[in-house]
Design a protein around this ligand. Structure first.
Ligand code: ADP
Ligand code: MG
Length: 489
């Protein structure tokens, strides 16, 4: 039987506010445990929450960024459950009237094609604290669980997709698209390793020709692009095997274990009514006036999908190049600066994706820490375009800039004497010398069938380039050599 995979993602994005969603406590990462949870975050009797306006603005910006409806009114609800990391006994969330309505996220697949994934809604909520199971003991070898409530009350935007994805690759591409939108907007640092973006992955399978969806399992808290793909791959295989053996998929919450590369059952899925949702009596409904939303809309930065389209349409880049160069805001800004300086988008794209990305990957550096600045790279590319240097010399210039030997491409070219030799007389003199020094190769060339000579010319080109220490113009060398050698035949 042919099976089809159906995936829907619930992505939790930690918003980059300085204080919590309902209190003034700091959200800074890495503080001493329990030093950043105040009475409001703990839900102590008598306290009242005050909504953080920055969190509202960020949620609305996200909504506008995915062309979503922004309802005039949204409402906070209490989601009641008991768990040690939630001392309030309820999580303040939005159930019935979320702040962001239906929208759409465009994903790019490996072959450069795009697909629209519908977003059902996005809502604001507070994060819970963190149970520390592994790092604790009572000092006498007895394992204990510690609790760090610093994260309690941290603002989260939960983005709920429609079940529109059909493969693990599409799910990873969707997560990457969300990551790039929120980091372009600057509403989250997107740091997955620190938990700033986590996702619950809903997976089901159905026979290829069946319209109804199968029963899904929800894999909780997957925190890397790679784990999303691996968890889905495992889960799809598990479900297909189960169904083909005549079994049934139960709707449940599962956990992905990266070490064993498998998902395990945690608990059967709660139904909404288990949570006894009701509107939070301590918080007023959020009412957004049109002018406020318009103001945010007018001030949105250019977002990845628009950038990608502009890179293709105005700069003539391929879909693939445009996708890579617009994936992160830092990458896009770097590329655009190189292009501004050198004036040739294709060359700028080649150098950023080729030589520069290669060097950054080798050193494990992000582009914002590149030792070669965008201005320096732009000037280097400009010297290739205006024929001051050839491609080979350009690599040497790049290496020198990377090593910090000089501050500019021009200074390196000057110091190392890399200026391309285009003077015909000078090149011909080198050619004469090489021919005089290579009687055996010349004889071979002369004796070869004319259609074999093309290949043999490489030897002479190499010698002349060597004689010029790589600075001769290779096209000129090729042309002049061919003339000279053919004249000898
Ligand atoms: P719940 O209220 O139980 O969380 P939702 O209807 O809100 O369920 O859906 C949660 C997520 O599960 C959404 O992202 C949705 O796209 C996805 N989803 C729903 N049904 C399926 C299914 N059959 N297969 C895969 N994903 C699904
Ligand atoms: Mg849900």
């Amino acid at each position: 039987m042919q099976w089809e995979t159906v995936i829907g993602l619930e992505v939790h994005v930690q918003l980059a506010t300085r204080s919590k969603i309902f209190s003034g406590a700091s959200t800074a990462f890495g503080a001493e445990p329990n030093s950043q949870a105040c009475a409001v975050d703990l839900g102590m009797p008598g306290v009242l929450p005050v909504l953080n306006e920055a969190a509202v603005a960020m949620a609305v910006q996200f909504g506008l960024g995915i062309h979503a409806e922004i309802p005039e009114v949204s409402v906070f609800d209490r989601k009641n459950y008991f768990y040690p990391d939630l001392p309030k006994g309820y999580q303040t969330s939005q159930m019935y009237h979320p702040i962001v309505g239906p929208g759409e996220v465009e994903i790019t697949l490996d072959d450069g094609s795009t697909k629209a994934i519908r977003v059902h809604h996005a809502h604001l909520e507070e994060d819970a604290g963190k149970s520390l199971h592994e790092t604790f003991s009572d000092g006498m070898g007895q394992a204990m669980t510690g609790i760090d409530l610093n994260r309690a009350g941290t603002p989260l935007l939960e983005i709920v997709s429609e079940p529109d994805m059909r493969s693990a690759k599409e799910a990873a591409a969707y997560l990457k698209a969300i990551h790039s939108i929120v980091t372009y907007l600057g509403i989250s640092d997107g740091n997955m390793a620190e938990g700033s973006m986590r996702c619950d992955v809903n997976v089901s399978v159905r026979p290829k020709d069946q319209a109804a969806f199968g029963t899904r399992a929800e894999i909780k808290n997957v925190n890397s692009f790679r784990f999303v793909e691996r968890a889905i791959a495992f889960e799809v295989e598990r479900q297909i095997e189960l169904l083909e053996d005549g079994g049934e998929v139960v709707q449940e919450t599962r956990l992905y274990d990266p070490e064993r590369d498998e998902t395990r059952s945690m608990r059967t899925k709660e139904q909404a009514n288990d949570y006894r949702y009701f509107p939070c009596p301590d918080l007023l409904p959020v009412v957004l006036d049109q002018a406020y939303v318009d103001h945010l809309r007018d001030n949105l930065p250019e977002l990845p999908a628009d950038k990608r389209a502009r890179f293709q349409e105005e700069m003539g880049l391929s879909a693939y190049d445009a996708g890579v160069l617009s994936a992160s805001r830092e990458m896009a800004e770097f590329f655009e600066q190189v292009n501004d300086v050198c004036g040739d988008a294709k060359q700028a794209a080649n150098w950023v994706q080729g030589e520069l990305s290669g060097a950054l990957n080798r050193e494990g550096l992000p582009i914002q820490s590149s030792p070669v600045s965008a201005r320096q790279l732009g000037e280097l590319v400009a010297r290739i375009i205006d024929d001051t240097i050839n491609g080979k010399a350009a690599k040497q210039v790049f290496q020198a800039l990377w090593n910090g030997e000089s501050d500019s491409a021009d200074a390196v070219i000057e110091a190392k004497g890399l200026k391309q030799v285009t003077d015909t007389g000078a090149i011909e003199a080198m050619i004469d010398q090489v021919i005089a020094d290579s009687p055996a190769q010349v004889a071979q060339y002369r004796d070869a069938e004319p259609d074999k000579r093309g290949k043999m010319i490489g030897y002479f080109v190499g010698q002349v380039m060597k004689a010029s220490r790589g600075t001769a113009n290779p096209q000129q060398v090729n042309g002049l050599l061919k003339e000279r050698l053919d004249a000898l035949c």
